[in-house]
Design a protein around this ligand. Structure first.
Ligand code: DAH
Length: 367
């Protein structure tokens, strides 16, 4: 009998190890401790034993029953959640991880990068702290040229600790490549540094590094000393584009621009071309689209003109090709400057540009 009690106890403990939920636990309890349970039935037989045996086995029986009752209690509390850290239910579905959100400008940028890569363009990076030379001079904007006033520039007060020799694509690399120094180094003083006012300087850096023919886009942050309001920010994003080859004309430009605009909006959008002035292109154009909000009938979004200016562009000025080390008699090209922040505003109908840099998670969680 003693052995039987010990055997049942071991049996119970072994079965308890396999139990994972309360229904199975309840069944097990009935099986052993219920009115007709195995242990209960066995203990009833004690009554038929001799007095001496009763004493010894009775003690063992009571102890075992108590132990088992408390063991069941313990496991019950673990299953009902009070002792979670000692019990893991591997059959429960896992906890969902909270994913972050891409910034709306990043989403638009990624889409455009894909579109341009599909047309054979490479994606270039350039420095945000740029030399006056690349930001202005090499783009045909000499100092004292009135065009310098077209953009409000953050000039960096202290001379740069390491004046950059030029022309030299410093801190410049195709995505994924390590940065390397250009071969040509003439020591013209480049201690005048600015926060780049546009992504156009990457055009010249790209030409110097890769030569012609060339197709590239350069997305990135640009900086202007602006008074900030709903439509003006000191820091925003642009994407520069450049294509240089033999016999590139304004019609190539317009074809690529239309492809681009249809790609952005996912449908055919009506466009118009106007002349525009930028020192680094000749001729320069402004490509407008039919207002996406009012569809041309006039609204505050398009200042009641029915059109939105979205793409300044033009044929690369021969002087800029020369600054890029490319022979303007052999090659021609076009360039354009896309306002990524502006595009994101149109695409997602965001009416205040200050939201982009606000770091407000309630804003970012919507994308
Ligand atoms: N860099 C100009 C700006 O930020 C935009 C621009 C205009 C870029 C014409 C171009 C271009 O490449 O051809 O205002």
């Amino acid at each position: 009998m003693k052995d039987e009690i010990i055997k049942i106890k071991e049996e119970i403990l072994a079965e308890l190890k396999k139990v994972k939920e309360s229904e199975a636990l309840g069944n097990l309890e009935t099986k052993y401790l219920g009115r007709k349970g195995k242990l209960t039935v066995l203990l009833k037989q004690i009554a038929g034993l001799s007095d001496e045996e009763k004493k010894e086995i009775g003690r063992l029986a009571n102890q075992t029953k108590k132990e088992m009752i408390s063991k069941f209690k313990e496991i019950k509390s673990v299953i009902s959640g009070k002792g979670e850290d000692t019990f893991v239910d591997v059959t429960l579905p896992g906890e969902k991880r909270v994913l972050g959100h891409l910034h709306p400008v990043t989403i638009v940028q990624n889409e455009l990068e894909d579109l341009f890569k599909s047309m054979g363009f490479m994606v270039l990076d350039g420095p945000e702290l740029e030399s006056d030379y690349f930001n202005f001079e090499a783009l045909n904007i000499p100092s004292h040229h009135p065009a310098r006033d077209m953009q409000d520039t953050f000039y960096v007060a202290t001379p740069h600790p390491n004046p950059l020799p030029h022309p030299q694509p410093l801190s410049f690399a195709r995505r994924g490549e390590s940065k390397e120094r250009g071969q040509e180094e003439t020591n013209v003083d480049q201690s005048d540094m600015v926060m780049r006012t546009h992504t156009s300087p990457v055009q010249v850096r790209g030409m110097l590094k890769y030569g012609a023919p060339l197709r590239c886009v350069a997305p990135g942050r640009v900086f202007r000393a602006e008074a900030i309001d709903a439509v003006h920010e000191h820091t925003f994003d642009q994407m520069e584009g450049l294509m240089v080859d033999e016999n590139i004309s304004i019609s190539n430009l317009i074809a690529v621009m239309k492809e681009l605009i249809n790609g952005i909006f996912g449908r055919e959008v009506e466009t118009r071309v106007r002349p525009g002035y930028f020192p680094f292109v000749e001729p320069g154009i402004e490509l407008d689209i039919k207002c996406t909000i009012c569809n041309g009938s006039g609204c505050p979004g398009c200042k009641h003109s029915g059109w939105l200016e979205i793409l300044p562009a033009g044929q690369v000025h021969p002087k800029v090709l020369e600054y890029g080390g490319i022979d303007p008699d052999k090659y021609s090209g076009f360039a354009f400057g896309l306002g990524l922040t502006r595009l994101a505003m149109m695409k997602y109908k965001i009416n205040d540009t200050r939201l982009f840099n606000s770091g407000d998670l309630r804003f970012l969680r919507q994308f």
